[in-house]
Design a protein around this ligand. Structure first.
Ligand code: SAM
Length: 251
């Protein structure tokens, strides 16, 4: 039997691929991990369209238990991942565990934010390392995102900054929260990497009909309302004139 890792696509129930839908319909059990991204429809919309009951699972279930791998020894199991299964770094481990246990494993790819951001006009092959901003707390104020932006800038490359989510608390980071966190890091480090004058691009709900893309300096983007999450922030590096032209569309 097989563990299928299936991308739902970015926006709603209708973004599933035909192969993904056929596989879901043939599976004995269907799970959705909702901790690496946010889909723009309800679970009951997914259940209705896919014709299957869906069980929501958290990071602990997927990464720290063997339930999925063990069940796939005797049943066909689908684990749905919002976007593309490998748009998040966490799922390679499942593949390795299946291999170790001689359990069948198949991937059904779909669209990912990693490529869909091409709609901004920034060229995908000019992005450097992707980074993410976690929700800070008293004892946890990581500066990795700032460092990644700095390194990418040195190479003239764009940075895609993914924003934290805590679905169990219904918390999804916004573009303005991300900008404020980066400005706060700048105020500690003073390296002129991300200031109020830094040109950036905020995006929301890419892949949906009501997606939002806005470009401008950080202090202006702070005042913009991007609407519902998921949001991402892009800090462009050196711009080709075609990229410059394209970004004017979103001013
Ligand atoms: C870990 S990534 C997971 C990506 C997903 N597996 C994929 O392939 O697109 C999740 C983050 O990507 C960004 N993101 C995902 N979908 C998005 C969308 N449709 N529009 C804007 N940002 C999005 C958000 O910052 C979100 O917190």
């Amino acid at each position: 039997m097989t563990l299928y890792l299936i991308g739902t696509g970015l926006n709603d129930e209708r973004d599933i691929t035909i192969k993904g839908l056929e596989t879901i319909k043939s599976c004995d059990e269907v799970y959705l991990e909702n901790y690496t991204s946010l889909i723009n429809c309800s679970i009951s919309d997914l259940e209705k369209y896919y014709g299957k009951k869906i069980t929501i699972v958290d990071r602990k279930f997927v990464e720290q238990t063997d339930e999925l791998v063990n069940s796939s020894k005797t049943k066909n199991i689908a684990l749905l991942v919002i976007g593309d299964p490998f748009g998040a770094t966490t799922h390679i481990d499942l593949m390795l565990r299946c291999k170790k246990e001689s359990v069948g494993f198949k991937i059904i790819n779909n669209a990912s934010i990693l490529t869909a951001i091409g709609i901004t006009g920034l060229q995908i092959y000019k992005f450097g390392k992707t980074t993410s901003i976690p929700f800070p707390d008293k004892n946890f104020r990581p500066e990795t995102s700032y460092e990644v932006i700095k390194q990418n800038k040195i190479l003239g490359l764009h940075t895609l900054v993914m924003l934290d989510l805590k679905p169990e608390q219904d918390k999804f980071m916004t573009v303005s929260e991300a900008i404020n966190i980066l400005l706060e890091i700048e105020s500690r480090k003073h390296q002129n990497v991300f200031t109020k004058e830094t040109f950036c691009v905020g995006v929301a709900r890419i892949g949906s009909d009501d997606f939002v893309i806005k470009s401008g300096i950080a202090s202006d983007l702070l005042k913009e309302d991007f609407g519902k999450q998921p949001h991402s922030l892009i800090v462009p590096g050196e711009l080709h004139f075609v990229e410059e032209d394209a970004l004017k569309m979103w001013k």
